[in-house]
Structures are given as C-alpha cells and as structure tokens.
Ligand binder design. Structure first.
Ligand code: ZN
Length: 245
C-alpha cells in the first residue's frame, strides 16, 4: 500500500516542509488537510476528485484549513461527494468558516457528508477504523485505519501515550513538534523521543515522524541514533515522499 506524505512540518512551515497531511492514494484517503492541500495534490498529479474519505484530527488551521479548499473543489470542480470524519462539535465551526471565506450558505450545499466521532470503532466507505480521543491543547482524535489487512495509526497532535492504541500496527505516523518533554502538556505536543518510545512499546513495524518543527529538524541525527538504540525502524519523510508498506 502506498502512503504519500504531502506535508511533514508544523504550523509555521519551513523552506522544505509544509504543514502535515497524508494521502493514501489508492484508497482516496486523506489524513488531515493542510492549507496548501490542493497545491500538494496537484504537485503529484493526483486527481483531487479521487478523494473519498478525509479524516481530521482536530480543527487547528495547519490540520484543517485545507478542508475549505476541498469543499470549494467539491462544489465547483469535481461535483463529487467525499466523506468527512471530524471531532465532536466541528461541523458547525467548519460551516461558519466556509461561509466567511467562500460565502456559501452551509456545508449541506457543497455535497459533503460529515460524521462527528469520538472514541470508538466505525466503518466509512468500507474502511474500518478506530478512534481515540487524545489530549492536546484542543480535543484531538488519533486514528487507526484498517486497509487491506494493514493498520495505519495517525496521532494527530497529542502528548498521550498511544502504545496500546497502536499495538502491532504496520505504520505509526506520529507527530514530533517539540524537543523538550517538559513542555509537552503546555503545547500539547510530543517529542521525537516520546514517539520512538511509543513505537517501541507498541511494537509498530515502522514509525514515521511528521509535524517537525525547525528545532526538531536540527536534531535529526540524534533522533535517528536514539531510534536505532531502541530498535525502532524510523523514517523521517520529506514533503511529497512516497513509501510502500
Ligand atoms: Zn498541528
């Protein structure tokens, strides 16, 4: 199964990293939608109308603003419906944002099916997935998707230990926005070392670190050494990098 890392950076971005978004191209699945989502999909020549299901971890702009552009595309270009999975109390906020920025009446008009979820097990478009509400500075959802008998776990933004939720997964995509664990609660983020420990405890086949800040990026050699010492198979993908799991 192919996974494309559309964006791998934090909200501030760098010359090499836009905000975080992940594409599972053959299934038409997006995990989070950074502001430049349409640009990134165009950049890899991906037909935007192939998007079938979009999973949003939380409503911070770096993860969800791209939805407004996907709504726009869906309404005026593809005229196709996609399924949207959201944290609780998000639909109304998104509806207001769409109205403010694109002056559309509400989400019911662009044909979008939005489902608000919390901790539990669901199926959408034939894709089985698990949700865990996790702590950040806002209500965050971590996802575990089961596709072709493989499981992909995506943390969203959280400092919670996901090792049980991610048990024996094929791929753990984990944020690592900060370097110092003592700020994890204050900023609602994990360090790369926390993510590596989670992957180790979970026995995840591969760990992909995303949501990298400038300060974390500077420490990549140290992070790689730490993963090696802990026998964790680590990748730190660049924007638009594709992997196979
Ligand atoms: Zn974020």
């Amino acid at each position: 199964m192919k996974i494309v890392f559309l964006g791998t950076g934090d909200a501030y971005t760098t010359t090499n990293r836009g905000s975080v978004g992940i594409l599972i191209p053959d299934e038409g699945i997006l995990l989070d939608t950074p502001p430049d989502i349409l640009y990134k999909l165009n950049k890899i020549n991906y037909d935007v109308s192939k998007i079938k299901s979009v999973f949003i971890s939380h409503l911070h702009g770096d993860h969800a603003v791209g939805l407004l552009f996907l709504f726009l595309y869906s309404k005026y270009k593809s005229k196709k419906i996609f399924n949207l999975v959201l944290p609780r109390k998000s639909r109304e906020k998104l509806s207001r944002a769409y109205k403010i920025f694109f002056d559309a009446p509400n989400l019911k008009k662009p044909k979008i099916f939005a489902k608000e979820v919390n901790t539990g097990e669901y199926t959408i478009n034939g894709i089985k997935f698990f949700v865990k509400e996790t702590r950040s500075t806002v209500n965050n959802l971590s996802y575990r998707l089961i596709i072709n008998k493989k499981s992909i776990v995506y943390s969203g933004d959280t400092y919670d230990d996901l090792s049980n939720f991610a048990k024996n997964c094929n791929l753990l995509i984990h944020e690592s926005a900060i370097m110092d664990e003592k700020y994890s609660k204050k900023y609602g983020h994990s360090t790369p070392f926390m993510a590596i420990q989670t992957a180790k405890k979970a026995n995840a086949n591969t760990l992909a670190l995303v949501h990298l800040s400038k300060e974390v990026e500077k420490k990549i050699p140290i992070i790689k050494k730490y993963a090696k010492r802990n026998n964790v198979k680590l990748i730190i993908p660049n924007d638009l990098q594709q992997i196979e799991i």
